[in-house]
Design a protein around this ligand. Structure first.
Ligand code: ASP
Length: 438
């Protein structure tokens, strides 16, 4: 059995956290390949090392003094080294970083040092081999990640390596220039490493015991999700449930490798398993509820719209021309409504309206702002009748007016639009329909 284990920033923020990680790794021999993040926050007001590095590099590239900032970063690492009782010095590494800052090695290079240095400490602490991600995570000359080349290079490099630490978040172009993924990208590295090894499981260790069926800031004590499919997760993450980087599922999905979200501070919890497909049915029909506020609906009315070929395309073209992506598009016989993000739309509002008039000559266009969308997601909804009915009657009883309903034919999710001010109550009400109070 081979497991790839990725540890997030809060799991590696201090020597004490490193010790927990060490215990987790040593308690299971199959945890052979480790992908660390940079040290994260030790307490609420603390700063992540990655943020310190961005700031430090910004000072350096503007020609200001950055000695103090670099020293503070060095102290973060030295504190960990000391707390772990290691005989390791990062002096040479820091001298090199200073040199590279001097020749303006780039913001990505600067940010990547957080993971790089943490990887060196982790390898020394565990007695594992250190593999610089720049040598195995390949980007092309335009800075795009090259998955197939990486899979080959990484697979070959790890074939005879029993245990290794590979820092997360970055790789390099063919000329050696360091490139990072987007923020939170160590999740992606872990997934890439798991794919290259055809690992049995990709364990992603963080500071929560997996996904919850609803946001705990809205619903009191929501049920943990034990199993979720990749597709369900996509729906929920898109609507704001954020535990994992959204690109992290793609590499492992290619090989059918499950992801197990685990909690470094509660290793006995089983966490959430993310799988391609499963016979396991959630005991309360739905898997989870998530939502977002801040949408605008643009309703376009025109008599005989349904017989006007190309109407929808012309409308969407206006949004495309203005760089606005649309979220949902419910329609009636003579109406078409487009839901967009309010913050993408407000500034361009009048321009979009004028262009809509020119493009399709509508009878009227109406706007409604401050709307929220809620996604009720669950593989258990398929072929189960009465689900939408139950949601709607519960919302009606709670006097919450539904502005929009959208159910895809996959029956994996139902999207409900309500006014922003009903958002929390609507989520609580829907949750109550599926998870009766104990
Ligand atoms: N350290 C990087 C960040 O803060 C990457 C990661 O933690 O996954 O975004």
């Amino acid at each position: 059995m081979v497991k790839v284990v990725k540890f997030g920033g809060s799991s590696l923020a201090s020597a004490d956290q490193f010790k927990k990680v060490g215990n987790i790794i040593h308690s299971d021999e199959s945890r052979r390949y480790v992908v660390p993040s940079a040290p994260g926050k030790r307490f609420d007001q603390d700063t992540k090392v990655t943020d310190m590095l961005y700031k430090c590099y910004a000072e350096a590239s503007e020609g200001r003094s950055y000695d103090k900032q670099l020293k503070a970063i060095k102290e973060r690492y030295n504190e960990i080294i000391k707390g772990l009782g290691l005989k390791l010095s990062l002096e040479e590494e820091f001298a090199d970083i200073k040199k590279q800052f001097g020749v303006k090695a780039g913001q990505d290079y600067a940010a990547s040092r957080g993971e790089y240095l943490n990887g060196i400490i982790m390898a020394s602490y565990l007695g594992f081999e250190f593999i610089d991600a720049a040598s195995v995570i390949c980007f092309d000359k335009n800075g795009e990640f090259d998955p197939e080349k990486t899979n080959k290079v990484l697979g070959d490099r790890l074939a005879d390596t029993k245990n290794a630490v590979i820092p997360g978040f970055y790789g390099a172009k063919p000329n050696g220039e360091v490139v990072t993924f987007s923020r939170g990208g160590s999740d992606v590295t872990g997934s890439i490493v798991a794919r290259a090894l055809k690992a049995d499981v990709y364990e992603n260790w963080t500071d929560v015991s997996g996904f919850l069926a609803a946001d705990p800031r809205i619903v009191e004590n929501p049920k943990p999700i034990t199993i979720i499919t990749y597709k369900e997760l996509r729906e929920l993450s898109y609507m704001g449930a954020s535990v994992l980087h959204e690109s992290a599922i793609f590499p492992v999905r290619k090989e059918g490798i499950p992801i197990n979200i685990r909690n470094t501070n509660a290793p006995e919890d089983k966490g959430t398993m993310i799988v391609e497909t499963t016979c396991n049915k959630p005991d309360c029909i739905i898997t989870g509820i998530a939502g977002k506020k801040g949408f605008v609906s643009i309703s376009i009315d025109k008599d005989m719209m349904n017989s006007e070929i190309g109407f929808g395309r012309k409308v969407l073209q206006v949004f495309e021309d203005n760089g606005i992506s649309f979220e949902h598009m419910p329609s009636g016989i003579d109406t078409m409504t487009v839901f967009v993000h309010q913050d993408e739309f407000v500034e361009k509002e009048q321009k979009v309206l004028a262009q809509l008039h020119r493009a399709v000559h509508p009878d009227s266009v109406e706007l409604e702002a401050d709307l929220a969308l809620i996604a009720v997601v669950g593989r258990g909804m398929k072929n189960n009748s009465g689900i939408a009915g139950n949601i709607f009657s519960a919302l009606a009883k709670a006097k919450i007016n539904i502005k929009m309903i959208d159910q895809g034919s996959s029956e994996l999710n139902i999207i409900i639009g309500v006014r922003n001010r009903y958002f929390e109550d609507a989520i609580k009400t829907i949750y109550g329909v599926f998870v009766p109070e104990q």
